[in-house]
Design a protein around this ligand. Structure first.
Ligand SMILES: [Zn+2]
Ligand SMILES: [Zn+2]
Length: 137
């Protein structure tokens, strides 16, 4: 059993879970580009059950491409993007791979929204499943 621990840059937000991620992947959608400030977001989706967090994130809610809401949680002190909650998966909470204490635990299985990947975002031919948008759940 792997314990996933992490938090924001200043330490005000911490989280921990021993659940297996339901999904791990790199998302190249425009929302993830804006919230990460970079080419993509690398996310791990965990069940909310057994997910412990300390500190209070500030949330920004917006409508995703799908028309459903997505909430982005970031540290109000240091601004690190940490959490994502999705209307389409209400029993889960996603964390950014870079927020893990040991980011090498991240094992991406797919590339999402490659249709909006930027020309300067090199997606390696690494054998991962690639989806132009979000695969049907
Ligand atoms: Zn912080
Ligand atoms: Zn995205």
């Amino acid at each position: 059993m792997t314990t996933y621990k992490g938090g924001c840059a200043c330490g005000a937000i911490r989280y921990e879970t021993s659940a297996d991620p339901a999904l791990e992947g790199n998302c190249h959608c425009r929302d993830c580009q804006r919230s990460s400030g970079s080419a993509m977001a690398s996310i791990l989706l965990f069940p909310k059950e057994g997910f412990h967090q300390e500190g209070k994130a500030k949330y920004h809610e917006l409508k995703a491409d799908s028309g459903r809401w997505i909430r982005r949680g970031f540290c109000p002190e240091c601004g690190s993007p940490v959490f994502t909650e999705l209307e389409m998966a209400p029993d889960t909470i996603a964390v950014k791979a870079g927020s893990l204490d040991d980011p090498s635990l991240y094992k991406p299985a797919m590339q999402l929204y490659t249709s909006s990947a930027q020309p300067w975002d090199s997606i390696p031919d690494d054998g991962l499943a690639k989806f132009a948008k979000m695969p049907d759940a």
